[in-house]
Ligand binder design. Structure first.
Ligand SMILES: [Fe+2]
Length: 308
């Protein structure tokens, strides 16, 4: 049987030099991480007998992911963003934090600086095709106390699955708003029901999913950040019930507690009261926040975003 190269002194020495572990200077934690990651890659190459042409094909793939600006798609597609959430959930559980609205992944399409209003907002400008949606609820703490002045930052796709700021056909900040809760902690917005969407069919993320035999669809959803002074930032989404990919999200973001029912309102009086001429959808959803604590890692995540 061939000896494992990984166990030989030359390879062990090489990994120590690559990571500069044992040498002075540098960031010790980062050195240990580099040592681990490169060791795991070496081990994978050896275990699967990866050939040089396969290796270079993988390097070319990573280059294309960067060039296509699809890191933010590949990461949730590989479950990494969900794993980071699972780690935060675990840390909170260990710190004794229970209950509250579940978190789920942010995804790559938030933009800073959406228009801010108090109490209510309309997210579309009337040009979007789609079923009118009214969504409303309250932001509360774990004791049921309303959180006045919380900011509900909401963003979602249109019925073609596109997001303003990324889809050039949409006006700036279309389907994006920040709503400050009123004295009772309430928010309400009017928008349209979004559709699900999929990875770009010719992009590198879908290319990998194809090889894995996976699809790249996300069920229809609406993203939220909910922030308030003294509370832990909540990053979450709600799913639109009934979507065929509801429990088969390529980005692994669907969670129990984040699938509110969608009420169809079709009586003439309600339609008239809303100033509409067709049935509409209604979703009630309350956000429950944890008080900030030093006992669990922070939930404000620093990451690069596309310029608004
Ligand atoms: Fe999304």
């Amino acid at each position: 049987m061939t000896e494992s190269l990984m166990e030989t002194k030359p390879v062990k020495d090489l990994l120590m030099k690559v990571s500069a572990l044992g040498a002075d200077g540098g960031d010790v934690r980062l050195k240990r991480i580099v040592h681990r990651v490169v060791s795991d890659l070496f081990r994978t190459i050896e275990e699967f007998d990866v050939q040089p042409d396969e290796f270079w094909s993988a390097m070319a793939y990573l280059t294309r992911v960067g060039q296509a600006n699809e890191i933010g798609l590949l990461v949730p597609g590989l479950g990494l963003e969900t794993f980071l959430d699972m780690r935060l959930d675990q840390a909170e559980q260990q710190a004794g934090l229970e209950g509250g609205t579940p978190r789920t992944i942010e995804g790559p399409l938030w933009l800073e600086g959406a228009p801010l209003s108090v109490g209510e907002a309309r997210l579309d400008d009337g040009s979007e095709q789609g079923e009118v949606l009214f969504m409303q609820g309250q932001v509360r703490d774990l004791n049921g106390k309303p959180v006045a002045g919380a900011v509900v930052d909401v963003w979602h796709a249109n019925t073609k699955g596109g997001y303003s700021g990324f889809d050039p056909s949409q006006p700036k900040y279309n389907l994006r708003r920040r709503i400050q809760t009123d004295a009772e902690g309430r928010y309400v917005f009017r928008s349209i029901l979004p559709s699900g969407y999929a990875c770009p069919p010719d992009g590198p993320t879908q290319q990998l999913l194809d090889v894995l035999g996976r699809h790249g669809h996300r069920p229809a959803h609406i993203h939220f950040f909910v922030v308030a002074p003294g509370y832990r930032k909540l990053t979450t989404q709600i799913n639109i019930d009934g979507d065929e990919y509801l429990h088969d999200d390529f980005a692994f973001a669907t969670r129990d507690g984040l699938i509110p029912s969608v009420k169809r309102v079709s009586d003439a009086a309600s339609i008239h009261e809303k100033g509409l001429n067709a049935p509409y959808a209604e979703i009630d959803f309350d956000f429950v926040l944890h008080a900030e604590t030093a006992a669990a890692p922070k939930t404000v995540v620093e990451r690069a975003h596309a310029p608004a």
